[in-house]
Ligand binder design. Sequence first.
Ligand code: PLP
Length: 450
Amino acid sequence: MNHEQLKADNAQFLWHPMAHPGAMKKSTPDIIAKGEGCWIWDVDGHKMLDGVGGLWACNLGHSNKPVRDAIVAQMDELPFYNVFRGTTHVRAIELSKRLVQMMQPEDVATVMFSNGGSDAVEGALKVARQYWKLKGQADRFKFISLRQGYHGVHFGGMSVNGNTNFRRAYEPLLPGCFHIDTPWAYHNPYTDDPIRLGEICAELLEREIVFQGPDTVAAFIAEPVQGAGGVIVPPPNYWPLVRQICDKYGVLLIADEVVTGFGRSGELFGTRLWGVNADMWCLAKGISSGYIPLGATAINRRIADVFDADTTGTASVSHGYTYSAHPIAAAAALATLDQIEALDIPGNAARVGAHLQTRLRKLVDTCSFVGDVRGVGLMLGIEMVSDKAQRTPMTRTSDIPARVAKAAYKAGLMVRISGPNLILSPPLVITREEVDFMCDVLEGAFAAVQ
Ligand code: PLP
């Protein structure tokens, strides 16, 4: 392989998501060539621990054999068929049943498949609106979501996204989408008391619902722990209060579990972390360990019953992709779910994640520009600040985050920089020794850049 040619071809032919095409012509992204377990190698043969997990996705590491074998076997048996009205296939049936059984504390009744997280969100938003129309309450079309939230790249998801950078180029977006403050302990104008913060931010939801008119609000959508926004963990009372408020006004609660689902938070689903039930769950990434694109929208009994009982003929759901429930993706997911149970993936994420969080939180005391270290399970964000007392996040003009990432890369750890945050989301099969390696590398990288 001619590496220089690869780099030149990348610059010339490949548009990278979320990146300035012109800038990418001049920069050389890391070209990843191989993966095994929690480790990856770049095209120059440099070995690194994958602190990114592909992109919060490769929860079983890069070489899980049962998932690989399931994909190959499905390829031989039936590489593709659709699940539109007239046909279905064995793996889709098996996977939907398996997920519903797995999500029984949640009272999930049915699952709609798609190709990824953005699709899963779009499906949930559409089902929410259709649900209210079927119930004769067509005025309930509005969505409320959180600032800093991330819900993918389709027009519905972008409209509920809480990050201006992801929205601006595509405005005007969906009408009827409103954003409220996220309960963010490190950056909020309200209080340093986390429980009070949970109450205040829940009150903001209630006030927004009342202000909009409760009979106009379809759903509230949020991540149980915000991922892309900088790993923001809400106070423990927030989600239970949100559930109460949604129930009080009949508003549907959609949990976007694209990152938190399947063990990353230390629980199988992030809503379990808060002891709360949603009405719909958006799932992707870890569902197939990222090996094959797959999204799913899990729908609870309350909603499914309304669709099932419809006699007007308007309950058909116009949210089908050619590749919905793709057999190879479904086979990969079935094997992934087996592995999640066999390897106790949520348990491992909780155990080694606690160790990771404890070790890296010390950076706040030892590094002059680390303002906050936060997370749960195996999702962790390190926020870099230009002024610790004022909690001023580093701006894009600072080269410090990139220098930390580069130092880590050289020392054998791949991390992700998002704004002022260094984000860690390693495979959930990671061992305590590998976590120690990550922490050693990061302590060294932050010390080197100080
Ligand atoms: N929702 C959340 C919470 C996400 O973090 C993401 C992606 O990171 C998405 C939705 C979109 O998923 P995808 O990139 O698979 O479309």
